[in-house]
Design a protein around this ligand. Sequence first.
Ligand code: NOJ
Length: 769
Amino acid sequence: MPVVSAQTAKAPAAAKSSTKAPAKTSQNQLTTPAIESRVNALLAKMTLEEKIGQLVQYSAGAATGPTSGRTDDKDMIRKGQVGSLFNVTSARATNELQHIAVDESRLHIPLIFGLDVIHGFRTTFPLNLGLAATWDPDLVQKTARIAAQEASAAGVRWTFSPMVDIARDARWGRMSEGAGEDPFLGSAMARAYVRGYQGEHLDAPDSIVACAKHYVGYGAAEGGRDYNSTEISEHTLREYYLPPFRAAEQAGAATFMSAFNSLNGIPTSANPFTLKQILKKEWGFQGFVVSDWTSVSEIMAHGIAIDGATAARKAFLAGVDMDMQSNLYHQNMLKLVQSGKVSQTAIDDGVRRILRVKFAMGLFDHPYVDESKESGAFLRPESVAVAKTAASKSIVLLRNESVSGAPLLPLSAKVSSVALIGPLADDAGNMIGSWAALGRGEDAVTLRRALKQKLGDSRVHYAQGGNFLDATDSDISAAVTAAQSSDVAVLALGEDAPSMTGEAASRSWIGLPGRQQELLEKVAATGKPVVLILFSGRPLTLPWAFEHVPAVLAAWYPGVQAGNALADLLLGDAAPTGHLPLSWPRSVGQEPLYYNALNTGRPATDPDHPAEKGENKYVSRYLDEKSTPQYPFGYGLTYTSFHYGATSANAKEISVTSLQQALAAKSKNVLSVSADVTNTGSRAGETMAQLYARLDGTSIAMPVRMLKGFQSVTLAPGESRKVTFDVDAETFAFWGAENKFGVEPARVTLWVAPSSSEGEPTTLSITER
Ligand code: NOJ
């Protein structure tokens, strides 16, 4: 049996990295002596008004803030009263405004143009939750690089991405924009985005500045209701919510965005503990913090300021350097400095950070873009090819039961006709998902188009079956008729991306909207085999489907190549490789649901059974629902099967002292953990080997499992391979009861497994000395 280590496996960077791994690029890029001296020279020339101008950002179309009623944005740029604009999206428009700033303002300071380029600029890649489901940071980095090339061609050199919020509650609509529930996977994705956007050199004309958002805890909104308050202990913050931000910062993210939520009573856009203490002091972040849209003025609604001047002061002194859209720095900062409530030194620090980024990204040296090259940068064939790979790899096969003796998917090449049904079967606009920057539905290939291309018009019987929320009886009966006259029915159901996912799209009930469940059941009642493709920005609770529908795919929103990627998977020209970046709930009452939970003092001995099965009642569980998810974090099927052998490690004991030394020396390999993996099916295939750890006996309770590594393994039918993870000391380090990061004596359990609920573990000890 060949022995292959993590280094030679497909995703070595991810397998070997950790949430605190050393960065490739770093904050050092922002603070070279040359940059600092240019910043200082410019600062020395600036008036207080000009300095305050750098702290101000407006959106195009609401140029001087929602409360001002002013539209003299160009005049403000001329006077040096604006440091940044966003939502300006073409080379012509960015150049025009940049010329005003550079040619007509006294000190010629360029504007930095921002935009939400979150899963592509014109070439739309899968929505971010789908990108996370690839478990392929290298691929995600490629998508971010392409997004940077396209955005920068339009003069947009700053993206408000990546969103690295940990999301444990599927009711929260913005789960769709992030990487799911896990800090290790989330950190790998955070690094990938930052490296892709910022490239090797931040000052390259095709690099764009990344912005890690929403700092911090936004994903923990109580009840999953957007903008809601959060209560997160310092331990939980440091152990779970901060690591992806730290990873982004260590990868060199030049900006951060403060969030909408309050954290333990203090709004995160006025929170000195998270912004000043942790981000700027502990981590040494040298870039700048922008507020979220009007989050500075929302401090008043939160209740810790009763006027705009106080809100501006609290936000700024807490560490928010740039005011997005509130208009409050512009209106109040001069008086705040003149009255001594905000010091000149504090202003200089904020302005220095913004200028530092502008210099580091080369904006002073090349402020304009070549308008003639703009459109040529969009939708290049090689970019569209990456979009297809990303779409294919983002789709997770949840269920594939046998029909007439064989798994339903892939569909046999002999299938003579397919009924294609559902509101998402031919909706190009939805394929690009929510918040798609300059993405256009017309660029996207729907499943209907792709299937017709592959099978020919006459073999695809299409019936929409009604819309997301409305369907008539005749819509449904047309779909049933289409199914009756076909060999197999493929249903494309789910959420309407623009209205039901993303910001302000929390849902208290997360089943199929409208009459889609009824449509599904009626089509299934024809007796024709059904493939259900779910398009959604969150897991949907569909207990009936997961019991009765033989094949189910979670497609999220796959982007411009949606249809082509799906058609290949359906017909077996490609095999699914996606894995869940979250725990898929059985019912909404289980939320928040996440695999890396604490054990409790009374764990259910059989969490897969609710109380009526006769278990001890007095354990942590529901009376009327299982405690386990429908599908666990890390899960995903493919067209072959794999067997994972027992996990083994090359030591039974490691001392705290040796781990501490390894931590200090940042040594890479303190332990090797392996398992034999065998392809037990008849087709070559790819599995995602995942390394999980658990620590017992520690000063603070740690989760039942924590992801610590992952690597993709491709095996021929019948082939076995020893999959090895080289584990570093950080794998065993955590934030202890005193909120210090380090290692402690513990019993360690380790699993190499295909998901968070499988695997045969091994144990070892971390001993005192
Ligand atoms: C509000 C959103 O919360 C944030 O993610 C986004 O970057 C800003 N609006 C700007 O569009």
